[in-house]
Design a protein around this ligand. Structure first.
Ligand code: FAD
Length: 305
């Protein structure tokens, strides 16, 4: 059995593995793919001390760093269940195998909910974006839309309004769902337009980048076109925790609830990164919480011989 088994091989999992392995304890990572969301990212400019890098470069650097230690890396494997059985945590894989470990760290990350209209997939990273903290500065002085008028959409719009030329917020319902203070802040901004009751129909581009968007005005059923350089889709970040049963406590949104040491409610099971209830979701934050969870697991092992 492992001392620490990490489920998920994104930045949080890689960081947890390095911190655990450096304690000289038996460490494994089992993951669907190694690298996580950064494999879908092009330029990264906020990984501190690295002014600019590409997602796949950072992923391969994390992997090299992990492989410098004695870590058992198992890729192309999906976990389908995790449970505490007597002294061990058991992780069951989709292929039927069961891995045993004294502790486990869940780092299965999250995925942005897609709007699912023509053009979205084609122009991902070519104007279609999901993370204002990450990609906002790429649209300096340009015109963008934010799809979604909930808290994350309105926060994104306020954030972007300080960087870009103009922001159009597109909300499907006939009212914004964001908190009143955020809405007040939004409506006070001069370079923001809010369009409600609008169903996004298609994201247009010229083959290399986004040029605009069509939406249907749900009151009149009329299609309308807006010229744009970017579209931020803000309709939710979904944690990859569907495979975990209710023995592990989660928020209403499915995020695993962890304490200051990254511990869940089940002794010996820890979690880190975007799959948890951490306030913000970024590479550097997920790596920090991966390190925290690994140290938390090591602390647990010392106290539970
Ligand atoms: P993830 O990166 O989601 O990794 C989770 C891993 O778990 C994946 O490898 C997945 O395959 C695996 N997994 C999932 N389910 C299972 C299962 N059941 N069994 C086994 N393995 C499983 N952040 C920044 O700081 N700067 C940026 O510029 C930036 N740009 C971004 C651009 C895009 C397009 C996206 C999508 C995200 C961006 N982010 C950026 C956010 C950042 O990528 C995430 O915060 C970070 O990757 C979270 O790391 P994580 O390890 O928690 O999860």
């Amino acid at each position: 059995p492992f001392d620490v088994l990490i489920v998920g091989g994104g930045p949080a999992g890689g960081s947890a593995a390095i911190y655990a392995a450096r304690k000289g304890i038996r460490t494994g990572i089992v993951t669907d793919r190694f690298g996580g969301q950064i494999l879908d990212t092009s330029t990264i400019e906020n990984f501190i001390s690295v002014k600019e890098t590409q997602g796949d470069t950072l992923a391969s650097h994390i992997r090299d760093h992990v492989e410098r230690y004695n870590v058992d890396v198992m890729t192309a494997q999906k976990a389908k269940n995790i449970a505490k059985k007597d002294d061990y945590v058991e992780v069951e894989l989709e292929n039927g195998a069961v891995l045993k470990s004294k502790t486990a760290i869940i780092t299965t990350g999250a995925r942005w909910r897609n709007i699912g209209v023509p053009g979205e997939q084609e122009y991902k990273t070519k104007g279609v974006a999901y993370c204002p903290h990450c990609d906002g500065p790429l649209f300096e002085g340009k015109d963008v839309a934010v799809i979604g008028g909930g808290n994350s959409g309105v926060e994104a719009a306020i954030d972007l309004a300080g960087i870009v030329n103009h922001v159009t917020v597109i909300e499907f319902a006939d009212e914004l769902k964001a908190d009143a203070v955020l809405q007040d802040n939004l409506y006070s901004l001069k370079n923001v337009t809010v369009i409600k009751n609008a169903a996004t129909k298609e994201i247009h581009g010229d083959g290399t980048k986004v040029t605009g968007l069509t939406y249907t005005d749900r009151a009149t059923n009329e299609d309308k076109y807006i010229d744009l350089d970017g579209v931020f889709v803000q309709i939710g970040l979904v944690p990859n925790t569907e495979w975990i049963d209710d023995s592990i406590e989660k928020t209403r949104m499915g995020e695993i609830i962890v304490d200051k040491k990254g511990a869940t409610n089940v002794p010996g099971i820890f979690a880190a990164g975007d799959c948890t209830d951490s306030a913000f979701k970024q590479i550097i934050i997920s790596m920090g919480s991966g390190a925290t969870a690994a140290l938390g697991a090591f602390d647990y092992l010392m106290r539970n011989k």
